[in-house]
Design a protein around this ligand. Structure first.
Ligand SMILES: [Zn+2]
Ligand SMILES: [Zn+2]
Length: 395
């Protein structure tokens, strides 16, 4: 039996059987966004939506995460499918009838969609246990947007018995419903820094009696741009962004201190490890030359998200069989965004997949991000098919 026969009608079946339910769940989660590890109500909604399915449920994983396990009728490998559940501290401006009811919080990264798609896959696979070898773990993770919920789940053993793992992310800029992935790095490592610039304060009219932390900070920000442009191999991707700058209390006072905050994105581990040393040396050199000094506090955060070559190929071929070749894209390049699914992929071979929501869609992490819910059963079908496919081939 070829793959298309095995997965024929899967998307339609999901649409008919649970389409309304996953849309309702998505809207319910969207109305009440929760942040970080505090996804208690979202987890309750997920549990309610899974009720009646033949799953072993483990709750309280990484505080408010859920691992739901489905046993197939025959022995085989354990395949995991993961979705993230947390929202962002953004005030929603979509005007949708099911907009966030919580001020200053919004599902602006589509995690409400990811969670609903995974629930849809759990429903579909629960009805196909006779075709499933081994076990499927449905992993609902809190704290993707900072906090590293994925790392906590891996530390708590969620990936220990897993032979392959897959996760989807809704992706603006990619045509609606298009499935894209690649072998190797697909998302960057995201590290963070804070810097305190110290000078000496004084009267705004007497700069010669002070060491101006504002001017030092301005020079440091500009000079840091040369780390990427002058010190990194031009064909090696790297980003250094200073996103925060703060100093001063009044227009006529030279402040003693200034503070910078920034992020560094890389794909190469050696380069990643070299960055803090170069940032510190340059910043201190500039600051000292201007009679001040600088202090760097550097945090290595999410690692590079690296897809297994075989798993990425399987995603592309399964997606092609379900949706047709025109709906599938092998990505030429990774994104310099980051994703804590990286922690799972450090432990288990698998793939992170982008699912298009359209080219004219407001970007992720923006107050107007919204997507066509038509994409939800499509994502559920892809996840379910990947679990079925992996269970056939790894036993
Ligand atoms: Zn995000
Ligand atoms: Zn996200």
């Amino acid at each position: 039996m070829d793959v298309s026969q095995r997965f024929g009608g899967l998307q339609q079946e999901i649409e008919e059987n649970v389409g309304e339910r996953i849309v309702a769940l998505r809207r319910d989660i969207h109305r009440e966004p929760e942040l970080g590890f505090d996804t208690e109500k979202t987890a309750e909604k997920v549990l309610a939506a899974l009720e009646g399915l033949p799953l072993d449920l483990e709750t309280g994983v990484a505080r408010n995460g859920i691992v739901a396990t489905l046993g197939g009728e025959r022995d085989g490998p354990t395949v995991a499918l993961r979705a993230d559940m947390d929202a962002l501290p953004i005030e929603e401006e979509t005007g949708l009838p099911f907009s966030s009811e919580i001020e200053g919080r919004m599902h602006a990264c589509g995690h409400d969609g990811h969670t609903s798609m995974l629930v849809g896959a759990a429903h579909a696979l629960s009805g196909m246990r006779d075709r499933l070898n081994g076990t499927v773990k449905f992993v609902f993770q809190p704290a993707e947007e900072g906090g590293g919920g994925g790392r906590v789940m891996v530390d708590e053993g969620v990936a220990d018995d897993v032979s392959s793992i897959f996760a989807l992310h809704l992706w603006p800029g990619l045509p609606l419903g298009k499935v894209a992935t690649k072998a190797g790095p697909i998302m960057a490592a995201a590290d963070a820094f804070e810097m305190e610039i110290r000078g000496s304060g004084g009267h705004g009219a007497m700069p010669h009696l002070a060491a101006d932390a504002v001017v030092i900070a301005a020079q440091v920000v500009t000079t840091l741009q040369t780390v990427v442009s002058r010190e990194v191999d031009p064909v090696e991707p790297a980003v250094l962004t200073v996103g925060e700058i703060g100093a001063g209390t009044a227009f006529n006072i030279i402040p003693e201190k200034a503070r910078l905050g920034g992020t560094v994105r890389t794909l190469n581990q050696d380069l990643r490890e070299r960055m803090p040393g170069r940032i510190e040396a340059l910043a201190r050199g500039v600051a000292k030359g201007m009679r001040g000094d600088a202090n760097l506090d550097y945090t290595f955060s999410y690692p590079v998200t690296v897809n297994d070559g075989g798993a990425a190929d399987r995603v592309l071929s399964v997606a092609e069989d379900i949706f047709g070749g025109e709906a599938v894209l092998e990505l030429p390049n990774p994104s310099m965004g980051a994703e804590d699914f990286a922690y799972f992929l450090e432990k288990v071979p698998g793939a992170f997949i982008w699912l298009g929501v359209g080219e004219d869609i407001s970007g992720l992490h923006t107050p107007r991000f919204a997507f066509d819910e038509e994409v939800l059963p499509r994502g559920s079908a892809l996840l379910a098919a990947l679990a079925l496919e992996a269970s056939q081939h790894l036993s």
